[in-house]
Ligand binder design. Structure first.
Ligand code: PMV
Length: 336
C-alpha cells in the first residue's frame, strides 16, 4: 500500500485563468504547455498508518512544512483528494504523504502542478488502482478534480494540452508532442520572493469579476489551436507572439478583477521590456511568459540559452536562474 511518483511542473503558452465550473474545475479554454525538467516533485504515499492523514513537503534546501487541511485552498484539496481516492478504490486507511521538491519552496515558483500531479498518481498507485494511473486521460481528469488544471497538463509527456470540455468527461489532457520534439528552454528568472496576497485558487474564482474576462475569451477563440500548430511546426516566432499576448491579457484580467490580483512586480515589467529588446534589437529568439507570480519564464532555444541566461543573470533583481528543458510527465517509480 505504498507508491512513489514523480511529476514535473509545466509552463503554459495559452493559459488557464477562470473556470466554467468551480466544483469540477473545468477551465474556460483549452490550455497548452511544456513540462519542465528542473521543477519536479517526488511524492511517496503510504496507506495503512494510524492516527490520521499527514502530509509533509520538503524542498531541495531542506525546508520542510506540514500541510494543514484548509478548506477551499489547494492545501485542503490534498485531503479532499485522499478521501476521493479512498472512496473510489475502497481503501479505508489513513495515509502518510511526503513530497520532495527539486527547487526552493519559498521562491514563488509554481510548485502545485508538479506536486498535485505526483500526489494524485501516487495516491491511486498506493491504493492499488493502476488502471486509473495507466489511463493517462482518466488520470488527467482525476488530477484536475484535485483542483489544478495546470497539474492535469503534467499527466502526459513533453508538450501537452488540456482540452476545453463542457463536462467532466470531455475535459482531459492529450499530448501535442513528446519532449524530444523541440528543445525549447525555459529560463525561470527567480526574483525576490513576495508572499502572494491572492492565491491562484482564489484568483480563478475572481476572474469573472473583471470587465475584460469576456474580451480575453473572445480574443482566445482559435488561439490554442494556433499555439498547438506552432509547437508542431517548431515555429518560434508564432509561439512567441501568441504566448506573450496571452500572458498580458491574462494579467490584465487579474489586475482588473475585484479585488485586483497584482502578481507582477516592477522587476517583472523591466525584464519584459528587456526581453522585447533582446528579440527586436539583438535578434535573439526569446519571449516571456508569467504565471500567477512575478518570476519571468523566459523561453528561448537551446542554441541561445547560454546568451539569454547571461543577460538575465546581469539583472540586479534576479536571484538565480533555473534552466528547464522539455520533460516527461508523471511517472510511478515504485509501488507495491
Ligand atoms: O492550475 P492552477 O490552479 O495552478 O492555475 C494555474 C494558473 C496559471 O499558472 C496562472 C496559468 C496556467 O495555465 O498555468
Amino acid at each position: 500500500m505504498k507508491a512513489t511518483a514523480t511529476a514535473p511542473a509545466n509552463i503554459a503558452f495559452i493559459k488557464y485563468w477562470g473556470r466554467k465550473d468551480h466544483k469540477l474545475f473545468l477551465p474556460l479554454t483549452t490550455t497548452n504547455s511544456m513540462n519542465l525538467s528542473a521543477c519536479t516533485a517526488e511524492t511517496v504515499i503510504e496507506f495503512g498508518v494510524s492516527g490520521g492523514d499527514t502530509i509533509t513537503i520538503t524542498d531541495n534546501t531542506g525546508n520542510s512544512k506540514e500541510i494543514n487541511n484548509v478548506p477551499g485552498e489547494k492545501d485542503g484539496m490534498l485531503y479532499t483528494t485522499l478521501d476521493r481516492v479512498r472512496q473510489r478504490t475502497g481503501v479505508s486507511d489513513y495515509a502518510q504523504v511526503t513530497s520532495k521538491l527539486s527547487f526552493p519552496m519559498g521562491a514563488g515558483i509554481a510548485s502545485s502542478a508538479a506536486g498535485m500531479a505526483a500526489f494524485v498518481a501516487a495516491a491511486y498507485a498506493a491504493a492499488g488502482d493502476m488502471d486509473t494511473v495507466n489511463d493517462r486521460e482518466e488520470l488527467s481528469r482525476e488530477i484536475r478534480l484535485s483542483g489544478s488544471v495546470s497539474a492535469a497538463r503534467s499527466s502526459h509527456d513533453g508538450f501537452t494540452e488540456h482540452l476545453y470540455g463542457e463536462t467532466h468527461e470531455k475535459a482531459y489532457t492529450v499530448q501535442i508532442a513528446p519532449a524530444e520534439h523541440w528543445d525549447l528552454v525555459d529560463l525561470v528568472a527567480v526574483l525576490s520572493p513576495e508572499e502572494k496576497k491572492i492565491s491562484s485558487a482564489l484568483g480563478h474564482s475572481l476572474a469573472d469579476s473583471s470587465p475584460f474576462m469576456q474580451a480575453r475569451l473572445d480574443y482566445l477563440n482559435g488561439k490554442p489551436e494556433l499555439a498547438r500548430q506552432a509547437i508542431l511546426d517548431k515555429d518560434f516566432a508564432s509561439l512567441a507572439l501568441l504566448s506573450e499576448i496571452d500572458t498580458i491579457n491574462m494579467h490584465a484580467v487579474m489586475m482588473t478583477s475585484r479585488p485586483p490580483a497584482f502578481y507582477l512586480s516592477p522587476a517583472s515589467i523591466d525584464i519584459m521590456k528587456n526581453v522585447i529588446s533582446w528579440r527586436e534589437d539583438q535578434g535573439l529568439n526569446v519571449f516571456y511568459t508569467f504565471d500567477a507570480g512575478p518570476n519571468p519564464h523566459v523561453i528561448t532555444t537551446a542554441a541561445e540559452a547560454e546568451s539569454v541566461r547571461k543577460l538575465l543573470e546581469k539583472h540586479s533583481e534576479v536571484q538565480f536562474v533555473l534552466e528547464n528543458h522539455p520533460a516527461d510527465g508523471v511517472r510511478i517509480t515504485s509501488h507495491g
